[in-house]
Design a protein around this ligand. Structure first.
Ligand code: COS
Length: 379
């Protein structure tokens, strides 16, 4: 077993780290305070080939391996988790198309993201159906050669900027899972309405909004895969996305840890650096140990994705453990900063706000445990 990154991965990680230090860290606080979408950063990420990371080269993506994708996301989230979330939303939206879409759909829609600089949004969650995906009420109904879509999706990343939505909808009148359908919906179709940006605790530079679909007509060729394939396509897409959500949590934890470590060496109390006290040393040791364990779980999950043998359990382990770790690490980082940790001028306040969503999005950590237990108990 070789734990070292290959030369290309080392170079990608170093390049991403430089980019984040120079282009993201200096502006992260500004976008957070203004709750503004970081369009300029998104453009630079595209220029540097640090965008559309989950899209293969044949469709215009950067053509990097899954571990490199995770390394870049970790670095980006170390700089700003809101920016990392906005930047990786195209990959999330691409997964259902990559998992189940025809060559024609892949070329058309992924090409828009890579060649035309557009954004897409993954539209799964509904006001009354978050964890319980099967409880959703968005429907499609066949009318001639088209489908008519009705429903509402909420908490949709990049909804305000999306050129198209990748939507999960039930076939009208049917109740069971085989009637779920993944469908691509153009933003400028009549009846598509994007709500105002949500005001959030963290990830403030990432836009989140609701989308309503009222009698929206969608051509039948925009169904991804076959009628009835949608639930599994979306679940498989989440198995691709959850390791990257783990990488994002890892970046937040790493950033908070680095800040706390540096501060503990500078801050003096009782005549010496607080890092000289065992109480602080134990906190730093626990942070470093749990970050390393998270990194191993994330890297194992992306290794399995790379081998084309995705593991539902490994994906949930990575997402759940890394985000629980992030929440613990940011809490301890604020503690090490003491009163200053609570002040916006210091970096750990933002890490603390950004970390919380990671235990919630892409499936709450309670759902991750449900998923893990289901897999363990399978006969
Ligand atoms: N890959 C492939 N197939 C999967 C799968 C996966 N990751 N997860 C589930 N399936 C399949 C199951 O094998 C089952 O197939 P069969 O009917 O052939 O047996 C089918 O899908 C239904 O699965 P299950 O019975 O587990 O469905 P439930 O409704 O009980 O539970 C959970 C599904 C709770 C796991 C799902 O709704 C979920 O992940 N919820 C969280 C949603 C989420 O992550 N939201 C975040 C929004 S995106 S930011």
């Amino acid at each position: 077993m070789d734990f070292t990154l290959n030369e290309e991965q080392q170079a990608i990680k170093a390049m991403a780290r430089d980019f984040v230090n120079n282009e993201i860290m200096p502006v992260a606080r500004k976008y957070d305070e203004e709750e503004a979408f970081p369009e300029e950063v998104m453009s630079s990420l595209r220029e540097y080939g640090l965008f559309n990371l989950g899209i293969p080269e044949e469709y215009g993506g950067p053509g990097i391996d899954k571990l490199s994708h995770a390394l870049i996301i970790e670095e980006m989230a170390r700089g700003c988790a809101g920016i990392a979330t906005s930047a990786d939303a195209n990959s999330l939206s691409a997964y259902p198309i990559l998992v189940g879409g025809s060559e024609e759909l892949k070329k058309k829609y992924l090409g828009r993201l890579t060649h035309e600089g557009k954004y897409a949004a993954f539209a799964l969650t509904e006001p009354q159906a978050g964890s319980d995906v099967m409880g959703m009420t968005t429907t499609i109904e066949r009318v001639g050669d088209e489908f008519v879509l009705n429903g509402e999706k909420c908490f949709i990343t990049n909804a305000t900027h999306a050129n198209f939505f990748v939507v999960l909808a039930k076939l009208k009148g049917e109740q069971v899972s085989k009637t779920f359908n993944a469908i691509i919906v153009e933003r400028d179709s009549e009846g598509v309405n994007v709500g105002p940006k949500e005001k959030k605790l963290g990830l403030r530079s990432s836009d989140t909004a609701s989308v309503t679909f009222e009698e929206v007509r969608v051509p039948s060729q925009n169904i991804i895969g076959q009628i009835g394939d949608g639930f599994k396509i979306f679940m498989k897409a989440l198995s691709q996305a959850r390791p990257m959500a783990g990488a994002q949590a890892l970046g937040v934890a790493q950033g908070a840890y680095e800040a706390a470590l540096a501060y503990s060496k500078e801050r003096k109390q009782f005549g010496k650096a607080i890092a000289d006290f065992q109480g602080i040393q134990f906190m730093l040791a626990d942070m470093a140990m749990s970050i390393e364990a998270s990194r191993l779980l994330v890297h194992k999950a992306v290794y399995l994705l790379q081998k084309d043998t995705p593991s539902i359990t490994a994906a949930s382990f990575a997402k759940c453990f890394a985000s629980d770790t992030a929440m613990k690490v940011v809490t301890d980082a604020v503690q090490i900063f003491g009163g200053y940790g609570y002040i916006r001028e210091y970096p750990v306040e933002k890490y603390f706000r950004d970390a919380k969503i990671m235990q919630i999005y892409e499936g709450t950590n309670q759902i991750q445990r449900v998923v893990i237990a289901k897999e363990l108990l399978k006969v």
